[in-house]
Design a protein around this ligand. Structure first.
Ligand code: COI
Length: 355
């Protein structure tokens, strides 16, 4: 292992890479990780020196707080390679800011920009060969923070671990997505942690989603917890509905994640002259639109999922298939977004940053 120290980051390089063992053509999302990771500990009230080290397991005491109280947050981001072989991050600053908002909500320390962004740039530089060129290919970036203080007393930890791991990715869903509209379970409530990217938000969805999967669906579209009448977001994606030629997506709120792909699509759609309404779509409106044929498309949008057409949905005893359409808005917007991410079109928004 080769070890160097720059003033701000310690770098310990692995003596051997596993990149040649990876089948980049057949990747299951989130299962293969690169050779290195970034780790930075928070102790005695301050962040310690970040270390880039070989990807390896942690040893944690069984009483470590994250195991008991779920004090854990994460982000999902991607890096892309352009035709010339340069690596680009997409709106990384948005994820950094959202991460620290999540940290505040979960009573965790904010991560300094030089650790999160500076560490990420360095890590991506080291792992640039893991970013492959080609439409749909990317390096998924998973920054996260866990409470590492010991003891089962139910209070915020005094120690934390901030980590970034990287995973080469193709698509998140490799089949058509059908959803169930929630009429009983909820993902989030006002005053809760729905707007934070907290680990527990995902764990809480697993059981209702498992019930949906058993019935042949892949995800749930969550509705507001109080009335179950407003459509909000899906398990791993924000959701867009196209009624006639208008795109409708729920406003962000205390219950809804402020998705980076969501906000990029709103900007792109507006630039393309598409009529966009950021408002709560009611379940009744959706059912009427499905019955009278004005519902043209539903699609999910997220970093991992990119843009995923939803081909059918169930609500109570009703089921609707969505007809396949040529030139869908989902595919048009995905193409425009991808072209910016892979540097195949001019980035007039200033969303991309070269590593
Ligand atoms: C992402 O899109 O990056 C997410 O965080 C969703 C994740 C649960 C796969």
């Amino acid at each position: 292992m080769e070890s160097t120290t720059t003033s701000d980051i310690e770098i310990m390089l692995s003596s051997q890479s596993k990149i040649n063992e990876v089948d980049f053509e057949n990747l299951t999302f989130g299962t293969v990780f690169t050779d290195h990771m970034l780790v930075c500990d928070f102790k005695n009230g301050e962040w310690q020196k970040p270390v880039i080290q070989p990807y390896q397991p942690f040893t944690l005491d069984p009483s470590t707080k994250v195991f008991h109280y779920g004090q854990a947050i994460f982000e999902g981001m991607k890096a892309y390679k352009d035709e010339q072989g340069d690596v680009w991050m997409f709106r990384a600053n948005e994820n950094f800011n959202r991460f620290n908002k999540s940290a505040i909500r979960l009573a965790m320390p904010e991560v300094p920009e030089e650790v999160f962004m500076g560490g990420l740039r360095k890590l991506l530089h080291i792992e640039k060969d893991w970013v492959r060129y080609g439409m749909g290919r990317s390096l998924y970036i998973r920054p996260y923070m866990i409470a590492t203080g010991e003891g089962v007393i139910a209070q915020p930890s005094s120690e934390y671990k901030f980590v970034i791991i990287l995973s080469p990715a193709k698509s998140y869903y490799n089949q058509e997505v059908k959803v169930v509209i929630a009429n009983h379970y909820s993902r989030a409530a006002n005053g809760g942690i729905g707007a934070a990217k907290a680990a527990g938000n995902y764990a809480g969805q697993f059981y209702p989603t498992k019930l949906a999967v058993e019935k042949g669906f892949q995800q749930i579209i969550w509705t507001d917890d109080a009335t179950h009448t407003k459509l909000e977001e899906a398990g791993t994606m924000n959701v867009f509905f196209r009624i006639n030629n208008t795109l409708i997506t729920a406003p962000t709120s205390e219950r809804i994640l402020d998705g980076v792909t969501r906000k990029s699509l709103i900007d792109l759609a507006k630039r393309e002259g598409i009529d966009v309404e950021v408002r709560s779509l009611l379940v009744d409106e959706l059912l009427n639109a499905a019955k009278n044929g004005t519902l043209k498309e539903i699609f999910g949008a997220g970093t991992a999922a990119v843009i995923n057409p939803i081909v059918g949905f169930a609500y109570e005893d009703l089921y609707f298939d969505l007809p396949k359409i040529e030139n869908s808005m989902a595919m048009e917007l995905k193409d425009k977004l991808n072209k910016i991410q892979y540097k195949l079109a001019e980035d007039t928004f200033g969303w991309t940053e070269k590593i």
